[in-house]
Design a protein around this ligand. Structure first.
Ligand SMILES: Nc1nc2c(ncn2[C@@H]2O[C@H](COP(=O)(O)OP(=O)(O)O)[C@@H](O)[C@H]2O)c(=O)[nH]1
Ligand SMILES: [Mg+2]
Ligand SMILES: [Zn+2]
Length: 328
C-alpha cells in the first residue's frame, strides 16, 4: 500500500500508510535504486510503496519511491554528498530572530539559494519580534521583500503574526529551517499546542546518535491538510553542485543584471569591465551584503571538491579567493 515518509534514517523509516497506521519500515534490498548516491536514501515527505509485514502489523518493507516533485536538501560535508531533508514540499520557511541568536542574513541567503535550487517559494519568518529589531534588520527584510520573498514578523511568545503564519502554511507542506535557538519549535507549538512533542517522541525511537541531529520530522496539523517538516538547527549550510558561473541564477536580482554585462555569460562579476552587477553595486541598486554573499558562495563553490580538480579549474575564469565560514 501507499505511504508517506514521516522521518527516518539509517535505512529505517517511519511511514504513515494509507490505512492511517504508522509503520516502521526498512528498505527492500537496503537501497532504492532511484536515489542511489545520495547521503540518505529517503526523506520526510517522500511517497513510497509499502509491503506490510504479515507477522507484525507495525512493520513493513519499502518497495519503491514515487518520483519526487522536488527535494530540499543540503550538502553534507562529512558524508561528502547531498542530503535530502524534505521532499515534495510547497514552501520553505526560513525562521530567524533579531536577537538571541542575532539575525544572520548570510544564512538566509543560503536558504534562499537552496529554495531557488528546489524551485520552491521561500517565506522568511522573523520570530522573537517582541525583543525588538534594529534598522539594519528592517532594511535587510525590505530587500528580501523586494526580491519577491514573503516576509512575516512574528513572536511565538506574544502570538504576534501567528494567524498570518498559519494562513501562509494552510493546506501546504512546508519545511522549517533555521539555526537552533531561533524558535522553530516554539512557533510550531504556537501554531498548534503540543505539536513538537511528537518530534521528540519520534526522534527518541530513532536514537542512533549521530543521525538524529539532522533528521527532519513531518508533522501534520489537526486540519488534516497542513504539513510541516520540523528540522533540527543546521549550524552551517554548505552549498555544492552549482556551477560557479551559474550562481547568479540563484540570486533573483543578479539574474536580471548579468545578461547586461559587457562580457555576457563569461563575466564573473568580480572585476570585469562593463559589469552590470558591479555597476549596480556602485549605484546602490544592489545591496552590498547580497553581493558579499555572492562572492563568498562563489569562492566556496570554486574551492569545493569538484572544482579543486585542476582539469576543471582550467575551464573556470577567476580563482578561489578564500573560504569563509559564515558562522563567524
Ligand atoms: N523572547 C522570545 N523568546 C522566544 C520566542 N520564541 C522562542 N523563544 C525562546 O527561544 C529559545 C529557543 O526556542 P526553540 O523553540 O527551542 O528554538 P529552536 O531551536 O529553533 O527550536 C527558547 O528559550 C524559547 O523560549 C519569542 O517569540 N520571543
Ligand atoms: Mg527545535
Ligand atoms: Zn558582470
Amino acid at each position: 500500500m501507499k505511504g508517506l515518509v514521516i522521518c527516518g534514517t539509517n535505512n529505517l523509516f517511519q511511514v504513515l500508510c494509507e490505512d492511517r497506521t504508522q509503520r516502521l519500515c526498512g528498505i527492500k534490498g537496503k537501497r532504492l535504486k532511484e536515489i542511489e548516491g545520495s547521503y540518505n536514501s529517503l526523506a520526510a515527505g517522500d511517497r513510497v510503496l509499502v509491503d506490510v509485514d504479515l507477522l507484525d502489523d507495525g512493520r513493513g518493507l519499502i518497495l519503491g519511491m514515487e518520483k519526487r516533485r522536488n527535494v530540499f536538501g543540503r550538502f553534507n560535508e562529512k558524508g561528502n554528498s547531498t542530503q535530502a531533508i524534505a521532499a515534495n514540499i510547497d514552501l520553505v520557511a526560513c525562521v530567524s530572530s533579531p536577537r538571541l541568536p542575532p539575525f544572520r542574513p548570510r544564512f538566509v541567503d543560503r536558504v534562499a539559494i537552496l529554495s531557488e535550487a528546489a524551485h520552491v517559494p521561500l517565506l522568511i519568518v522573523l520570530n522573537k519580534v517582541d525583543l525588538g529589531f534594529d534598522e539594519d534588520t528592517e532594511d535587510r527584510l525590505a530587500v528580501y521583500q523586494e526580491l519577491g520573498y514573503e516576509v512575516i514578523t512574528a513572536s511565538a511568545r506574544t502570538g504576534e503574526g501567528i494567524v498570518e503564519l498559519l494562513e501562509e502554511l494552510h493546506g501546504r507542506t512546508t519545511v522549517f529551517v533555521g539555526q537552533s535557538g531561533v524558535g522553530k519549535s516554539s512557533l510550531l507549538n504556537a501554531l498548534e499546542p503540543g505539536l513538537t512533542l511528537r518530534t521528540a517522541e519520534v526522534s527518541e525511537k530513532f536514537d542512533r546518535g549521530k543521525h538524529t541531529t539532522t533528521m527532519a520530522v513531518l508533522l501534520g496539523l489537526s486540519d488534516g491538510a497542513t504539513w510541516i517538516a520540523d528540522t533540527p538547527g543546521f549550524r552551517r549550510l554548505a552549498l555544492r553542485g552549482i556551477e560557479p558561473d551559474s550562481l547568479v541564477a540563484y540570486f533573483p536580482e543578479l539574474a536580471v543584471l548579468a545578461p547586461r554585462c559587457e562580457y555576457g555569460l563569461s563575466c564573473t562579476h568580480l572585476e570585469e569591465r562593463g559589469c552590470a552587477v558591479v555597476a549596480a553595486l556602485e549605484s546602490g541598486e544592489l545591496h552590498p551584503d547580497r553581493y558579499e554573499s555572492y562572492l563568498r558562495i562563489r569562492s566556496e563553490l570554486m574551492a569545493s571538491v569538484d572544482y579543486g580538480n585542476p582539469a576543471n579549474r582550467k575551464k573556470l575564469p577567476g580563482r578561489p579567493r578564500r573560504i569563509i565560514d559564515d558562522d563567524e
